[in-house]
Structures are given as structure tokens and as C-alpha cells.
Design a protein around this ligand. Structure first.
Ligand code: SF4
Length: 251
């Protein structure tokens, strides 16, 4: 059962090594991906005894805090989010991501949004007010069954692709984060992404040790070898080149 707690955060705009800043309106994530790297440290860091996916702290003062922090911050790109999905189901009720976007757009801080939820479509009107914004979906496989096993509460692959298409066709820059590479058909995945994204990022399964047991349960031993990741990457990049799509491999 999900334990939801409303909290008041001390800081919401935090320095990041990947972008200038990261912003997490929630601590915890209902999407509960098996491979989530945040599950490895966030539970301990946040002092929760519940399992990852079973608690969410809602930072109810996030928009107000952001407004104050932005007034003093040097302009830079804000990554939403690094250790939670900013459009997890609770966002439909709390709208903290939406209110934070409103603060960012007032000061035109560039935003990079990454999600696995179609709720992101709700904020299309706000994305269009940004001078610089990128919206991306994590899409780890084209196989719905595999996605359901590893990402139990994410939107279906088809829903993610449709959302990307809608965002892209409204003139917003889009990307797909294809990682961690899960079993599927790489050529078909790229075919589905064509004309929906401006950029594709590819990454392997990091922190493999934490999901080894799950792979074994599913009989997917071969799909966690270096050889699998190498071959899968080659097939993806070959297809991307063939279709003249921009990409970056992160491993
Ligand atoms: S959506 Fe992201 S933060 Fe949430 S559980 Fe999945 S990997 Fe972790």
C-alpha cells in the first residue's frame, strides 16, 4: 500500500552533475521500475522503512520554494526529474510539477523533462511558453510485456510513443532515452521512434547487480551479458544511421 506524506522541503532547485540543476517535486516514485537506481539509495537517504514504490513524500512547498530560489540563481538548465518521475500518478492530484514549470517559464530557465507517464501531455500549453525546453520519454524496449514486467506502473510503450508524437508535432523538441536496454526488437523500436524524436540516447543496464535476481527469475540470463548490450547497441545504432536519426551512446 502506498504511503503518501506531505512535507515541506528545504531546497528544491539543486545542483546536478548532468545538467545545471535538478528538481524533484516528490521523494519516492510510484512507477516502481525494477531497475531504478534511485531505489538503491533514496530509501535510506529519505529515512523510509517502506519498500521503493510504496512511499512518496509530496513536497507541497515546491513551487513557492522554487520561486525564491530562482530569484537568486544563475540561469541554467533544470532537469525534471533525477530521482522520481515528475508525472507519477500523484501529480494528477498535486500538480507540483506543473506549478514549478510555471515558475521556470516566468524566468525562462531552460527545462529538460523526462518521464514515463502520458500525464506530461497535460502541460503541453506550458512547454510552448518556454524559449528552450526538451521533453523526453524513457523507452527501454518495444515489447509491451517486457516493459510491464520491468516498469509496472509506467504508461504502455504505445502510449509513450503516441505522447511523443503529439509533443513533437506541436513543435517541442523531444528525445527518447533508450536505457537501460531491455530485451526486444531494436530495429522495430527505432522504426517506431522515427519522426517522433529529435534525439535518441542509449544506455545499458547500470547497477546490474541489483536486478540480477529478477533477470534469473525470468530466465533472461543472456540479456544481462556484455555481449547482449554490445550487440543490441550495434543493431540500434545501425538502424539509427540508416534512418539518419541523431543519437548518442552513453556506454
Ligand atoms: S520512473 Fe524513474 S525514478 Fe521512477 S521508479 Fe522508474 S526509474 Fe525510478
Amino acid at each position: 500500500m502506498l504511503k503518501v506524506k506531505e512535507v515541506r522541503a528545504k531546497s528544491i532547485l539543486n545542483k546536478s552533475k548532468i545538467f545545471d540543476y535538478c528538481l524533484n517535486p516528490y521523494t519516492g516514485c510510484q512507477i516502481n521500475c525494477t531497475y531504478c537506481y534511485a531505489r538503491l539509495f533514496m530509501r535510506r537517504y529519505s529515512g523510509h522503512s517502506e519498500a521503493w514504490g510504496e512511499f512518496v513524500d509530496v513536497k507541497v512547498n515546491a513551487p513557492e520554494l522554487l520561486k525564491n530560489q530562482l530569484a537568486k540563481a544563475k540561469k541554467g538548465t533544470v532537469w525534471i526529474s533525477s530521482v522520481c518521475d515528475p508525472y507519477q500518478p500523484l501529480e494528477a492530484q498535486y500538480a507540483l510539477t506543473r506549478c514549478c514549470l510555471k515558475e521556470l517559464v516566468k524566468r525562462q530557465f531552460p527545462a529538460n523533462i523526462q518521464t514515463k507517464s502520458k500525464l506530461v501531455l497535460r502541460d503541453l500549453d506550458l512547454f510552448q511558453e518556454f524559449e528552450t525546453v526538451e521533453v523526453g520519454f524513457t523507452i527501454t524496449t518495444d515489447d509491451e510485456q517486457v516493459a510491464r514486467l520491468f516498469e509496472p506502473r509506467a504508461a504502455s510503450v504505445e502510449e509513450r510513443l503516441r505522447a511523443l508524437e503529439t509533443i513533437h508535432s506541436s513543435g517541442i523538441k523531444t528525445f527518447a532515452f533508450v536505457g537501460p536496454l531491455l530485451p526486444g526488437n531494436p530495429e522495430r523500436l527505432i522504426e517506431h521512434l522515427e519522426e517522433k524524436v529529435d534525439m535518441v540516447f542509449i544506455d545499458k543496464m547500470n547497477y546490474l547487480y541489483s536486478v540480477k535476481g529478477f533477470y534469473h527469475q525470468l530466465g533472461l540470463e543472456r540479456q544481462m551479458t556484455d555481449r547482449f548490450f554490445r550487440e543490441y547497441k550495434e543493431r540500434l545504432t545501425c538502424e539509427l544511421k540508416k534512418r539518419k536519426m541523431k543519437f548518442e551512446v552513453l556506454f
